[in-house]
Design a binder for this molecule. Sequence first.
Ligand code: GUN
Length: 279
Amino acid sequence: MIIDGKKTAAELREELKKKVAELRSTHNAVPGLTVILVGEDPASKIYVKNKEKFAKEIGMNSEVIRYPADTEEKVVLNKIKELNEDKKISGILVQLPLPKHIDKKKVIETILPGKDVDGFHPMNVGNLSSGYDSSIPCTPLGCSLLLKKAEKNLSGKHAVVIGRSNLNGKPMTQLLLKENCTVTVTHSKTKDLKAECLRADIIIAAVGIPKLVKGDWVKKDAIVIDVGINKTDSGIVGDVDFDQVSKVAKAITPVPGGVGPMTIACLLSNTVECFKKLN
Ligand code: GUN
């Protein structure tokens, strides 16, 4: 089974479009998403453009604030503070990576937790790991929804997460624990990654190494979710060798068309949730 992220994301956006229309009639207001982009990173520019496009498509208000790469940190922090106070804004996202002279931690901590649609604020990170209500980072949330397409009940499954980033690996681990999985978190210092993967019922590859996970790393009938988006001479490839692994796995996400489209759909979903809580 190839898990179709493009279709699943389109379905989620359709649902959200209806919810936004409902909010428009019941609250006479719609969720508003503001994205801040500092600098000219080409991949970030594309992501941000798509975030704005899809937000508008489902009827939300959406704005992108673009700053040149040499913008002072305090300008960005002051803008965030202004957006925190703005009743029309339900979600604030500062696109990463940021230029080196801007402290990412300070930026994230300045966003009001209730408008933190990325779920990166320490308050949301803590709430997620404690099992309390929180914004959930968009990419891991998208991965969970795709996993559910392949397997409804994840309880007792052994999941191996490759990568321990704050964006993906760590929140993904929390979501899998919530589903009662047994979770192994692996990373660059893991001794025998192949052996760890071979024990997995579920593999989440979020490490940024092209085609790292090979066919002989995967147990028959495992579910494989590929978070990787790696630029190579032969185009964009994931962290999983799709040709090899798709012959072994029960279900697998393709790249492109897997996790990628889900990230933006989940961002829109988080913005709707923030709107509801704020109102
Ligand atoms: N850059 C790459 N992925 C993300 C994301 O999910 N959120 C933000 N803010 N920046 C990113």
